[in-house]
Design a protein around this ligand. Sequence first.
Ligand code: PEP
Ligand code: MG
Length: 756
Amino acid sequence: MTAAAAARSILTQLHEVMASRLHAQGKLNQVVDIIGEALDSEVCSIYLLREGMLELYATRGLNQSAVHVTRMGVGEGLTGTIASNVETLNLAEATAHPEFQYRPETGEEKFHSFAGVPIVRRERAIGVLTVQHVDPRRYEEVEIEALQTVAMVLAELIDNAGLVDGEDASGRDASLSEPNILSGLSLVKGLASGVAVFHQPRITIEHTVAEDTEAERQRVYLAFDRMREQIDQMAAQAEFGVGGEHEAVLETYKMFAYDEGWSRRINEAIDSGLTAEAAIERVQQRTRMRMREIDDPLLADRMHDLEDLANRLLRMVSGQVGTAASMGLREDAILIARNLGPAELLEYDRRRLKGVVLEEGSLTAHVVIVARAMGVPVVGRVANVRSLIREGDRILLDGDAARVSVRPPPSVIEAFEARFAKNKERQAVYAKLRDVEPFTKDGTRITVMMNAGLRDDIPTLNLTGADGIGLFRTEFQFLVAATMPQRERQTRLYRDILEAAGDRPVIFRTVDIGGDKTLSYMRSEYSELDENPAMGWRALRLALEREGLLKAQARSLIEAAAGKTLNVMFPLVSEPWEFDAARQVFDQQLAFLKQQKKKLPEQIRYGAMLEVPALAEVLDLIMPKLSFLSIGTNDLTQFLFAADRSNPKLAERYDWLSPSILRFIRRVVNTTAGNNVDVTVCGEMGGRRLEALALLGIGIRRLSITPAAIGPIKELVCKVDLAEIGEAMTGWLAEPPANMRQTLEDWAADRDIEFD
Ligand code: PEP
Ligand code: MG
């Protein structure tokens, strides 16, 4: 008999029992008879977890007087070992196993062979199903398979009957109900508290036994098709760098998605009488067990991908395809994900989204920039979050210390609340700086502007008291939209921003699409492109070719700024002619609107972003054309170090305080001096206190930073003597200390300047 046939004959009978009107105990009594009979075993027993102990709930073959009497701890005896390891045991001679324990009340001494499988619900062992036989023989593979399948169905029955308590039986899973502290990399500072919400929610399997096997087969077939399509699409996008889903991962995904063995095993499980969902989970359980036996870290990584994929398949099959965002957040939430794209993050309700925990992530990935702009703390690079955190767990997220406290005990909550309060106090101090102009100790006015990109950022401008918006990332409007935003909508947004800013300048950066900012509605255009999206067809390169897009944006900006000053900045300018070409598009639109007798801006100032190192070599050529130059250190550092800003493996590798970056920026400052061109740093670097200090030291006088950093940076500015830090930096850059960060920290500490 095949494993499927063996399981099917048991399942058919179990189905009847489950549908019967018997009470739970009666059902279990019948179940042990059915299984014992089918596997030709003298003994079949079910142990369930109750009050933390495994209790004999039903048996055929052992003394009935032992039912509800025999109890053992998790990890105790063979049954306890199965539960604690969530592992199958198959022994020809039970007494030969080191964990064997003899229980006289059961009368089991005459039985030699023993096999047991864990009963697993929501990845936790809630009981054990065992069979025993007089003859010393190992059970066959098909029999074990059948037992495992039956255990799945039993899990449903037991859960529905509320027969077990909520505790875990397995040691691994026990850790899932205990407090835990995970550490990672601080991506956005701040404190947050909420319940864990998985960006891709896990599916709970409601029904395990199929009514119609053919229908289940069809469901899996369709789900496989859709999943493969989705993976292919992701792979096509990944060539364009979507949210850091890496090539290796996608390769593995693809390999699994098209793995005939996997789909065949699921089909076999369906043949045995399981529903599509249960079949996927059944195969997954089996794979998990096999992988654990192999104990190879490389394979463990692969397993992680397969889990992801199996979960994806489960969602497809059960029709629950949306992310947690589409279902809406019901309470304060900490979002848990492997990685996210910026658009995906923006789908969440900003009032309820309190923090984010990522397995990947890097400081300058756009999803992190968006989170920073939203004031949502992020801890990234937390290994295995999805197996250490359960949906609904209470989480305290400490973005400052890069720690995630899962299921915290009261003492930790208390300490956290105290810090929360302190943080609020500090925020209040920063808020007081709102109207304070940032003058250095020696009386130099530093311009501190904020970065923005969404309509929701408008109130922040007034709250922070920023000197204006030094970088308005216009592509964010494109990212949050389902289709290309029409010109009228663009104009409306730009007009509202300008109105809110009043006399303060707003620098609109033309669309920087591409890299890790992909638009679903432009996907077909990216797909044929290169493998290095950050260095590919993006930003101005794309805008100059999609001239319609840039024209529409130019028109919107010019119209929105009627009667005002319009500041336009082009991203990723690599050679001066690109600036000229972009400017020409604006000139044409200006001429057209003039001809139409439309009211025009009072003046238009043009600027370029310095993000590509090559531009630094031709500053003399481009400077006469510019009113301002903005150094985008996020992209600039990735190109200077040849280190992808979205790659989590490189997230901590290079320091913004490295002599190469600081010397580079200083050279730009020196070259532009006396040219009447405003030079600003608008990358994330400028929002960090120690980095800002170094920038002041090399002559930067204008910063555009994330809103939350405005207060801290203003406070810093007021404590700095420019001559002093300038001199120190000159010395350090001439002869760099072994550790520039440490040197600056010491310098700052000596002057009572706090750093992050
Ligand atoms: C930069 O590259 O530094 C920058 C400010 O632009 P973005 O982060 O949007 O690429
Ligand atoms: Mg950039």
